[in-house]
Design a protein around this ligand. Structure first.
Ligand SMILES: [Zn+2]
Length: 257
């Protein structure tokens, strides 16, 4: 993997979250020649189906389908994503290493505590990464610092992303904008199915997991719903905290009437 700065880094709690919430958008960016990456905070060891090793292999397959050039999973415990100083440092070290212009975080409300905690943790890590006098690798415990240097070849200079947006697909909130993924939809769906241990029909966890045909129906109806809001076939929803800035009124998309 090359060490050139990323254009876009998507951060999520679990392997397969990014595929579901913004996989089509990442693929579309890659198709435009932008460098994309995914940081998963956990490795999936608490999953009902499959092991963390299964999920690592599946995550690599999904990244390939989405044209993502950089992907890593941190060692934060699955089901216990906490917004601690140590976890913020771990994410800040990755922000410095990958130097993204844009970071995509999960929306800050949701059913799963790992998801909404990841949102706040990610935001605060982006802030920390820009503090000139902070060295995240050195501030981590000595063992973790060794690990971090070994993996990253750091330390890296301060960096803050220019833009942070929130992927809202897991929560019923009106997005600020949607990204059309009509041409990317089939590959987005293929990247979700790359998690064979989770989504292929099987006995284990049958009562917890929907059947594959049901998954297709859900993923597609969400994409079509957000597509409809934007006047296109399929889309993914995002929220930004800032207002939109317009140069030319006549270039604003989406029909009003
Ligand atoms: Zn998740």
């Amino acid at each position: 993997m090359s060490s050139a700065p990323l254009d876009i880094l998507a951060i999520a709690a679990h392997r397969d979250d990014v595929e579901q919430t913004c996989g089509g958008t990442l693929l579309k960016s890659a198709q435009r020649g932008q460098r994309t990456g995914i940081l998963d905070l956990t490795q999936g060891e608490m999953g009902t189906r499959g092991t963390a090793e299964d999920r690592a292999r599946e995550a690599a397959d999904a990244a390939k389908i989405l044209g993502v050039g950089w992907r890593r999973a941190l060692d934060i415990p699955d089901g216990r994503v906490e917004n601690t100083w140590e976890n913020r440092l771990k994410v800040a070290a990755v922000i410095r290493e990958t130097r993204p212009r844009m970071v995509i975080l999960p929306y800050w409300k949701g059913r799963h505590p790992d998801h909404y905690t990841c949102s706040v943790l990610g935001y605060e890590a982006c802030f920390l990464a820009g503090l000139a006098k902070l060295d995240p690798a050195a501030a981590l415990s000595s063992q973790q610092s060794e690990l971090s240097k070994e993996r990253t070849g750091g330390p890296f200079s301060p960096h803050r992303p220019f833009k942070i947006i929130y992927a809202t697909l897991y929560y019923d909130v009106r997005p600020s904008f949607v990204v059309e993924i009509s041409e990317q939809f089939e590959k987005k769906f293929a990247s979700i199915l790359a998690y064979k241990s989770q989504f292929c029909d099987q006995e284990a966890g049958k009562d917890l997991f929907p059947a594959q045909v049901e998954i297709r129906a859900r993923v597609e109806s969400m994409a079509r719903y957000y597509g409809m809001l934007g006047g296109v076939a399929h889309a993914e929803p995002f929220l930004q905290k800032e207002v939109g800035l317009v140069e030319d009124l006549l270039a604003i998309p989406v029909k009003s009437i």
